[in-house]
Design a protein around this ligand. Structure first.
Ligand code: PCA
Length: 324
């Protein structure tokens, strides 16, 4: 009897304690469409935190660049305009070449290699982000990158003069080296860019082509498996500092689950979305040997350029990746 009374008293105390403390609201800007697997994983991650912290921290995701556009998300979180967010890691390559470690053509071309590369890069990335007032929580890869066109393409010469949608420095450089004209467009805006002719081709995953229904404008997807870029989720360091140890542990646990689940979903989504492109009427298949050969040569140039730009730190990531 006494025990029951004590349990009831404790329950009342903890109930009232969590009631007194107002829930903190974390708005989480994300750049990609709500239907995309990264956004779906982010929404589950948000729920996990809200449930796990007993409502102390309520996370609300805002996909499709609706709260901040992709290019503005990192700055928004750095400056505390948003406490948490998600962004394409290599989108910051123009700030520091190191951020482009995952977009070096033909360095890591499978999910296994992308995981190894992440093992090699996680520590330097955590450090770099820490210096920028950010705490890294988790990171999930995109499926392998291939080439989209609105005509058959069998060689680099066939690409000359095409308006090529880029999403980071590496993709803009790829356009230059293949004689195409780079135009930077966020994923949320590509359907319109293709429909209006602002862009006519891109390098991306089957996933993004599928999400944006690019078969309405484009006809060919060539599987090149050039690299697997990553998204990452990060929190403002001051917000993190003010979070209790118990809640930090919940967030870290939810982040681990999200990284695992997201990676699994990326793998599942690869075949599913390529079939979706086919169902939409696109021709989907591997790039021809001649084209692959030419792209690999360009990849060598881009690897050398990236190593030069990222210096010892870039070399250390490559060495750790090769040593795994
Ligand atoms: N989709 C994103 C980045 C890589 C990908 O597969 C995009 O195209 O913007």
């Amino acid at each position: 009897m006494k025990k029951i009374a004590l349990a009831v008293a404790l329950a009342t105390v903890s109930f009232s304690a969590s009631n007194v403390q107002a829930a903190e609201k974390w708005d989480m800007p994300m750049a990609y469409s709500g239907s995309n697997f990264h956004s779906a994983v982010g929404a589950e991650f948000a729920k996990c935190i809200t449930t796990g912290t007993g409502g102390d921290i309520e996370v609300t995701t805002h996909p499709s660049g609706s709260l901040f556009k992709g290019a503005d998300i990192k700055r928004a979180v750095q400056t505390g305009q948003a406490p948490i967010g998600e962004r394409l890691l290599s989108g910051h390559q123009n700030e520091n070449a190191l951020f482009g470690f995952d977009s070096v053509p033909f360095m890591a071309t499978s999910f296994d290699d992308a995981a190894k590369l992440w093992e090699a890069a996680k520590e330097p990335m955590t450090k770099l982000l820490d210096e920028q007032n950010l705490v890294l929580l988790y990171s999930v890869p995109w499926p392998p990158q291939g080439l989209y066109f609105k005509k058959e393409v069998n060689s680099v010469a066939d690409m000359k003069g095409i308006k090529f949608r880029s999403y980071n420095n590496a993709t803009a450089r790829l356009a230059e080296l293949t004689g195409m004209l780079p135009v930077s467009v966020e994923a949320a805006e590509i359907s319109q860019a293709f429909a209006t002719g602002v862009a006519e081709a891109m390098v991306s995953s089957g996933s993004t082509g599928y999400d944006r229904k690019v078969w309405e404008s484009l006809t060919h997807f060539y599987e090149v498996d050039a690299w697997l870029p990553r998204n990452y989720v990060f929190v403002n360091k001051d917000t993190w500092g003010k979070t209790s140890d118990g809640n930090k542990n919940v967030v870290k646990g939810c982040a681990e689950i999200a990284e695992y689940a997201g990676t699994w979903r990326a793998k599942e989504y690869t075949g599913f979305t390529l079939q979706g492109l086919r169902d939409g009427g696109m021709k989907v298949g591997p790039a021809g040997d001649a084209l692959v050969g030419e792209l690999k040569e360009i990849g060598k140039t881009m690897t050398a350029e990236w190593l030069k730009a990222s210096g010892d730190q870039g070399q250390a990531i490559v060495d750790a990746f090769n040593a795994e």
